[in-house]
Ligand binder design. Structure first.
Ligand SMILES: Cc1cc2nc3c(=O)[nH]c(=O)nc-3n(C[C@H](O)[C@H](O)[C@H](O)COP(=O)(O)OP(=O)(O)OC[C@H]3O[C@@H](n4cnc5c(N)ncnc54)[C@H](O)[C@@H]3O)c2cc1C
Length: 408
């Protein structure tokens, strides 16, 4: 049998593409190498699945063409996504910053609902089926690892990026497209923790603080964000760090990349200096370490004092003005050197991928090869943390599934 549409990869983009193509009257086969669909969805949002974001807009995404991203998002935006899931009976709830989750707090509910819909629509699903090769003839021939072949008129590639490849996204789509002559932008981990040269981070591992993290490449400010950050045994993690990792990724290893942490963002250096002078004045008999416990988490103080070259037990009243200014400097811009990104395996999303220059933004069809479509993380588009990456998968999956069923 020759299917109208074959879709490789049953992640959120592939599932959405399959549902949409089938709803539009096509015969569809969804091919997945894992033993089940939506393996990565189960891991999203710490197992709760931050399914979309009520406030998603083009500014939440990264890629070479904002116009491309805008066209795709507007074809099936977050409101349509929420209605889609509501119609399927998945009740959603809103949390902070517009983040939407299933009411059940279980990513499995999302996968179950989608599986039921695929079943209801009678979409053919081939599991445990790793695609090894794709070949263009008058349509497509898809060769599986066991040597069997599947034929289709059109092909949608939804094999994902390279992030968290333990869930299946091992970059096969990028490999095939490079061989076919499609432009693939360099791949980096994004939404990923960072390793630092400073080994003192192990002394404070597990410490979660709110800070402003400013990243510098060769001393030039490239990105700045506030939020929670977590010290780990290897360096830094948490939203304020991970959300900026994709921006500095191309420079790590070949340029000097530093992060400056401001733990007291709400005060200027002068205001902070006055505040600390007041604390030292009223707690003069205490050790400097004990005098500062009301200002920042206790675990952080030895680091700040060490970086300021002050002994923990020095009496607060004995701190000179110059030493106090050092403390202020380190509280406002504690500097760490970034040595590495954590591996792609630990990343939530991939930066880079199939260049959007070669994809039609109205249809998601390749501009180079007729009958070939893309959806999801395989393309050179990635979103911030907060439900934006799944929204990209739903939007692009819907658009590819719909446009591939417009017959010439
Ligand atoms: C830990 C974690 C948490 C996350 N949390 C969130 C969140 O809460 N909200 C959010 O918006 N985003 C989140 N993301 C990001 C989001 O999950 C991804 O952006 C999204 O899953 C990408 O969808 P996709 O369909 O393009 O690719 P994927 O979900 O990666 O699916 C690709 C599929 O293709 C299959 N495949 C690959 N190669 C082959 C082959 N050769 N043959 C057959 N099948 C193949 C894979 O097995 C896989 O099932 C998270 C990611 C991770 C890793």
């Amino acid at each position: 049998m020759k299917y109208d549409v074959a879709i490789i990869g049953a992640g959120p983009a592939g599932i959405m593409a399959a549902i949409t193509a089938k709803q539009n009257g096509a015969s569809v086969i969804l091919i997945e190498k894992n033993e089940a669909i939506g393996r990565k969805i189960l891991a999203t949002g710490n197992g709760r699945c931050n399914i979309t974001n009520k406030f998603a807009k083009v500014e939440n995404y990264h890629g070479s063409s904002p116009e491309f991203i805008k066209n795709v998002l507007s074809a099936f935006d977050q409101h349509k996504t929420m209605k889609f899931f509501d119609d399927l009976g998945l009740i959603l709830k809103e949390e902070d910053r517009g983040r939407m989750f299933p009411r059940t707090n279980q990513a499995a509910s999302v996968v179950d609902i989608l599986a039921h819909e695929l079943e209801r629509l009678k979409v053919d699903i081939k599991l445990n089926a790793e695609v090894k090769k794709i070949e263009k003839n008058d349509g497509w021939e898809i060769v599986l690892a066991d040597g069997s072949k599947i034929n289709s008129g059109k092909l949608i590639l939804t094999t994902g990026g390279r992030a968290a490849h333990q869930f299946g996204s091992s970059g096969d789509g990028h490999f095939w497209m490079k061989n076919i002559g499609h432009k693939v932008e360099d791949i980096y981990a994004a939404l990923v923790p960072l390793e630092t040269k400073e080994t003192w981070v192990t002394d404070v591992q597990g410490l979660k603080v709110e800070a402003q993290a400013s990243f510098f490449v060769d001393e030039k400010l490239v990105s700045q964000k506030s939020g929670d950050l977590i010290f780990t045994h290897f360096g830094l993690s948490g939203p304020a760090i991970m959300s900026q990792a994709g921006i500095i990724a191309p420079f790590v290893g070949n340029k000097t990349v530093q992060v400056k942490l401001d733990f007291i963002g709400e005060k200027s250096a002068k205001e902070l200096d006055e505040m600390i002078a007041k604390i030292f004045n009223s707690s003069g008999a205490k050790s400097t370490k004990n005098a500062l416990v009301g200002l920042v988490p206790a675990k952080l103080i030895p680091i700040i004092l060490h970086e300021s070259k002050i002994s923990d037990n020095k009496i607060a009243a004995e701190i000179s003005k110059i030493q106090r200014e050092e403390i202020v400097k380190n509280l406002k811009s504690l500097t760490l050197n970034i040595s590495k990104l954590r591996p792609l395996k630990e990343a939530q999303v991939t930066r880079g991928g199939i260049s959007t220059d070669e994809i039609n933004s109205e249809t998601l069809e390749s501009k180079k090869i007729k009958g070939l479509y893309f959806a999801g993380e395989i393309m050179d588009v990635d979103g911030d943390s907060g439900g934006f990456n799944l929204q990209w998968a739903w939007s692009s999956g819907h658009l590819a599934g719909k446009s591939c069923t417009k017959w010439d």
